[in-house]
Design a binder for this molecule. Structure first.
Ligand SMILES: [Zn+2]
Length: 454
């Protein structure tokens, strides 16, 4: 049995459970990596090994980031493309990305995941689809880096096989043969996909987009994923250009094309889903797909406003993603929820989304999109101890405490004060428990600078 930890005197706990419960003046008892009890003080059970006083804190389940490209933290605010739209932005950056090695991947993964912890994320997915020069070990490198930081990780093994010569967008240095890709899919599943309860690493398969590999590889990826019991992920419906491109290439809109490829199901989550018809939303809902809404990236690249408000009553599992930091240009998870709420209101009015709705999308919604809703995403006995707290005495909340839970979203939360992953405290008093991770900042800047002059 693990250590017993008691977090007590919590101002409010937003549980994100199915009954929508909130506790005031509350406690959480944690045994090892698992939540054992949630209730209102006084706590009268057995003596804990450690106690945390959470007076004036609001607690939420750890946020779950369902879409990211951690390596892109090296390319944020990249001067030449900081006002480009998606296809131009991609074309300009691919040549730089083609030069990344293991140090770049390790360092950028540490930076991105540390930012996520400081902004309340306890689980993150990552979409790594570049293996320059066929360096397959980059996947292993990013898993190692995420484990050093301590975040719960859901890396996805990406792929690109169509280069510019074959009608794709990337240069040939970053594409691989389909045979090699399939071999690597199997290897990373064997080595890293851990189905144990509360496992720290699970793997999914994720061609970069339906247009960066052949239709055969899309089908083979889905077949292999289902045979191995892993999930599928890719970008879809991000821009109007993509719809046009898809119509020209295969004579179908993206959702039609994905249906034809066997890629629409409850084991698939898509990033973006911005440009959809009402009928496409209905079909995706029937299939219970997951969606990762990435509002900052959509705004930054001028891609459009995803119809989240229309989707929220459907069977689509809505979650949030910060997306690659080259298009965001940050990995701040709690701010992403606020962006999502505000952006929906631009299009659908003030009642489009509430603060509690986006908190649910950012927690239990993310767990559902990743197929882990039995283990993470809410504060309930039997779930993993992935917990986040924010101190209501922060400057940005002063005067805004009529509803402490919604303050986290409506006010300008700059970061969180406490992050626990799998029962381990990784952020305390708003700072990383492992401050050595900050040594990666100068390293990251030096690596990024190497890409400027190219
Ligand atoms: Zn992306």
């Amino acid at each position: 049995m693990g250590k017993l930890k008691l977090i007590e005197n919590v101002n409010t706990i937003f549980t994100a459970d199915s009954q929508g419960r909130e506790f005031t003046d509350a406690y959480v008892l944690i045994s090892g990596d698992e939540i054992e009890e949630v209730g209102e003080v006084p706590y009268s059970g057995r003596d804990p090994d450690e106690r945390y006083d959470a007076t004036d804190m609001v607690m939420i389940p750890g946020l779950i980031n369902t879409h990211h490209h951690l390596y892109q933290t090296l390319f944020r605010n990249f001067k030449e493309v900081n006002s480009a739209k998606l296809f131009d932005w991609l074309t300009a950056l691919y040549d730089r990305w083609a030069k990344m090695g293991e140090e770049a991947i390790y360092t950028s993964t540490v930076i991105g995941t540390a930012e996520l912890l400081l902004s309340g994320a306890t689980t993150t997915s990552d979409h790594l689809y570049l293996f320059p020069g066929g360096n397959n070990k980059l996947f292993d490198t990013e898993v190692r880096a995420a484990m050093q930081v301590g975040i719960r990780f859901y890396p996805t093994r990406g792929s690109m096989s169509l280069s510019r010569e074959d009608g794709g967008l990337p240069p040939k240095e970053v594409v691989q043969t389909e045979e090699e890709i399939l071999g690597e899919y199997e290897r990373v599943i064997d080595e890293y996909h851990d189905e144990e309860k509360f496992s720290m690493v699970r793997v999914a398969l994720s061609p970069c987009s339906p247009f960066s590999v052949s239709d055969e590889l899309m089908r083979e990826t889905a077949r292999l994923a289902r045979q191995e019991g892993v999930r599928l992920h890719t970008h879809l419906g991000e821009t109007e250009d993509e719809n046009q491109f898809c119509l020209e290439q295969v004579g179908l809109r993206p959702v039609d094309y994905m249906e034809e490829l066997g890629w629409v199901g409850d084991d698939v989550w898509f990033a973006h889903l911005v440009h959809l018809t009402d009928d496409e939303i209905k079909r995706l809902s029937r299939a219970s797909v997951g969606m990762s809404h990435c509002p900052s990236s959509n705004m930054r690249l001028g891609s459009g406003i995803a119809p989240v408000t229309k989707m929220k009553e459907t069977g689509i599992d809505i979650s949030f993603g910060v997306d690659g930091s080259a298009s965001n240009d940050g990995s701040n998870m709690i701010k992403e929820l606020r962006q999502g709420l505000l952006l929906q209101r631009v299009k659908y009015g003030a009642e489009a989304l509430s603060p509690r709705e986006v908190l649910k999308f950012g927690t239990i919604g993310g767990a559902r999109a990743l197929g882990r809703e039995e283990e993470i995403g809410s504060i309930e006995p039997g779930k993993a101890a992935d917990l986040v707290m924010v101190d209501l005495n922060r400057l940005e909340y002063a005067g805004g405490l009529s509803d402490p839970v919604s303050a986290l979203i409506m006010c300008d939360t700059k970061g969180v004060d406490f992050t626990m992953v799998d029962g381990e405290v990784l952020v305390q008093d708003g700072r990383l428990a492992n401050e050595d991770l900050l040594d990666f900042v100068p390293k990251q800047n030096a690596i990024a600078k190497g890409f400027y002059s190219d």
